[in-house]
Design a protein around this ligand. Structure first.
Ligand code: ASP
Ligand code: CP
Length: 309
């Protein structure tokens, strides 16, 4: 089997590769006309989503269309693919590999993208594997930080909310290890703290971090407030979820106490943790952040397909 450029997890990226992707995303963003590129006219992307999605699936599909390729797929693969008849993920991927040039996979199980890559004959892009990782979100998060703050080195980033089940914070933490003098402040309720394996990786890479349940600490120190949703669907019981919900809400009063030069990011969707009154504040960067997903995914798809020759 030939080697493919799979995107499976955030640890696979080094700094030069990230910089190259960001430069490529800037070129995508600066295109005045979204002209299609003949190199991609015969190429097909399959989006296989076993979990719900608005941004990731549609921005990947838009990215492929804007590059000039075509998209097939199912947004409810758990029900509308033959998985419901008992077909394994491996068999599904073997079959879909024959119909497409790149597969974007979102799945309920941690490690699903790695399993898919083992049997795929085309590149696999991990669009979220359960409570594991969401590497392409981390790419757009870093791209957004770089754009909004003008740099990544030297920043203090507060990750707030559900740090156990929130896969975006795992990937973002891993990817930040490529930068110098980063400080991460993990702010969470006691029952959804950042997993030990993420902390160990940061320690191995010499990244400075602290843990707290006090929102106040983030307001005064952070350059970036990375707010997240409590992942209700992943809790073992509603009682556990109740312990974590509603603890950290960014509203007008918090805006007053926040640093004037800090920004607010959120992978979205939000479920009450950022009040709509915050949206018009220039520090609210989350809608711009979601838009950046298109450019970074165009750059990523281009890279995957280039590698295929
Ligand atoms: N959309 C992100 C994810 O799929 C974050 C979230 O759902 O809260 O991981
Ligand atoms: N941020 C993110 O992954 O959004 P979706 O779940 O809507 O794709």
């Amino acid at each position: 089997m030939t080697a493919h450029y799979h995107v499976l997890g955030a640890k696979q990226f080094n700094r030069p590769e990230l910089e190259e992707l960001f430069e490529s995303a800037i070129r995508m963003e600066n295109r005045e006309i979204w002209s299609t590129d003949p190199r991609y006219s015969g190429k097909v992307m399959t989006t296989l989503f076993f979990e719900s999605s608005t941004r990731t699936r549609l921005s990947f599909e838009s990215a492929m269309c804007r590059l000039g390729g075509k998209v097939i797929g199912t947004e409810n693969a758990a029900q509308f693919s033959s998985t419901i008849k008992g077909e394994t993920l491996e068999d599904t991927i073997r079959i879909v590999s024959g119909y497409s040039d790149v597969i974007v996979l979102r799945h309920t199980d941690i490690g699903a993208a790695e399993r898919a890559a083992k049997v795929a004959d085309v590149p696999i892009i991990n669009a979220g594997d359960g409570a594991g990782e969401h590497p392409t979100q981390a790419l757009l998060d870093l791209y957004s930080i770089r754009k909004e703050c003008g740099r990544i080195d030297g920043l203090t980033i507060a990750m707030i909310g559900d740090l156990t089940y929130g896969r975006t914070v795992h990937s973002l933490s891993y990817m930040l290890t490529n930068y110098e003098n980063i400080k991460i402040l993990f702010v969470s309720p006691e029952n959804v703290r950042i997993p030990t394996y993420v902390r160990h990786y940061l320690e191995e890479k010499g990244v400075s971090y602290a843990e707290t349940d006090r929102f106040e600490d983030a307001l005064t120190s952070a350059d970036v407030l990375y707010q997240t949703r409590i992942q209700k669907e992943r809790f073992p019981s509603i009682e556990e979820y109740r312990k974590a919900e509603g603890r950290y809400i960014i509203n007008a009063e918090i805006l007053e106490r926040m640093r004037k030069d800090a920004i607010i990011l959120h992978p979205l969707p939000r479920a009450g943790e950022i009040a709509p009154e915050v949206d018009d504040d220039p520090r609210a960067a989350y809608f711009r952040q979601a838009r950046n997903g298109l450019y970074i995914r165009m750059a990523l798809v281009e890279k995957c397909l280039q590698y295929e020759g």
